[in-house]
Design a protein around this ligand. Structure first.
Ligand SMILES: Nc1ncnc2c1ncn2[C@@H]1O[C@H](COP(=O)(O)OP(=O)(O)OP(=O)(O)O)[C@@H](O)[C@H]1O
Ligand SMILES: [Mg+2]
Length: 313
């Protein structure tokens, strides 16, 4: 078996503030990520996702434990780690003062690219990310979504074996997001390892081969989507599209005590943890409330798994 792209063992990060108990932002995490995998770090606000990424990218040091990237320890050999990673976390002040093109060139020069090859690659990446028109504008003058594009563009400028993305899709329009997700999958097929955090579970569902769900600095679940879904066996999603939303639907939904429910136009969606036969009865009961166009029953989504795990942890 090849060496893991990431190896984390007993990782701890404490933040101490005077007069207050320390925050255990990361509290004994252990995981390995194999090369060529898209690995998703999921969890609610404050779970410790960004802190974990900051340790792995040498931006902050761990309080205890081991973190290795591409075979190098983040504390003992931070420069070796930095040479092998591309990181999208937060724009620094210096980056904001440079133009879009200069940002890409500077980043790639740090990774050893130069000359014609560098310029050709910059042109290609600018085109790929829809940034050609912004090439000569200072990043500080761009909108939030475009700034994010500039940051994400950098990972395509280099061939580092490992890529880290913290909430990569923030502020991006859906069309760009889609093409970017496709591009990330291609990078992984070429053998790059991609570690990302996201709040958008459908993104993780579509993109990640391997998912770690964390809460309060600790792992609460780990696996590919299929095995995570098994964790919430007995959770069913019911979607019913009505011609007209029936009166009293809100109280009818609440009475079922669903894990979650939403009403979108004339369509309701609920997640129930029940026996399958009972779910069918309940769905039929709801359907009788109005004139139904379409009923759909399916197994749990990542969102259901997530909600259930957060309630347990
Ligand atoms: N520099 C810091 N000083 C003190 N506490 C910090 C610091 N950075 C993070 N924390 C705390 O560590 C915990 C984990 O924060 P972190 O940013 O890693 O969470 P996250 O999972 O990325 O959350 P979000 O989804 O909101 O981005 C939080 O309680 C946070 O307040
Ligand atoms: Mg974060």
């Amino acid at each position: 078996m090849s060496d893991p792209a990431i190896n984390v063992d007993g990782l701890v990060k404490l933040f101490t503030r005077r007069g207050q108990p320390p925050v255990r932002a990361v509290d004994g995490l252990c995981f390995r990520v194999e090369p060529g995998v898209i690995f998703g770090l999921l969890g609610p606000n404050g779970a410790g996702k960004t802190t974990t990424l900051r340790i792995l990218t040498t931006l902050t040091t761990p309080t205890a434990g081991v973190a290795q990237v591409a075979g190098y320890d983040v504390v003992a050999a931070p420069l070796e780690v930095r040479r092998r990673i591309a990181v999208v976390i937060q724009a620094s002040a210096a980056e904001l003062l440079l133009s879009t093109r200069e940002n890409l060139l500077t980043f790639a020069r740090f990774h050893g690219l130069s000359g014609q090859e560098l310029r050709r690659r910059a042109d290609r990446v600018l085109e790929q990310l829809g940034l050609t028109e912004e090439a000569n504008r200072k990043v500080q003058d761009l909108s939030g979504g475009f700034r994010r594009r500039v940051q994400v563009a950098k990972i395509f400028m280099v061939d580092t074996p490992v890529v880290f993305l913290d909430e990569f899709s923030t502020g991006m329009d859906p069309i760009l997001k889609r093409s970017l997700m496709h591009a990330l999958q291609e990078e992984a097929h070429r053998g790059r390892t991609i570690v990302l955090t996201t709040h958008i579970l459908s993104e993780a569902e579509e993109l990640c081969d391997d998912i770690l769900i964390m809460n309060r600095g600790r792992q609460v679940a780990r696996g590919d989507l299929t095995s995570l879904k098994l964790l919430s066996q007995g959770v069913y999603e019911v979607t019913i599209a009505f011609d007209e939303l029936p009166a009293g639907i809100d109280s009818a939904l609440a009475a079922l005590r669903p894990l979650r429910s939403s009403v979108n136009g004339h369509t309701i969606e609920i997640a129930l943890k029940e026996e399958e036969s009972r779910v069918l009865d309940l769905a039929a009961g709801l359907a009788r409330l109005g004139h139904v166009r379409h009923v759909d029953l399916s197994g749990a989504s990542l969102e259901d798994v997530f909600i259930e795990l957060m309630e347990e942890s």
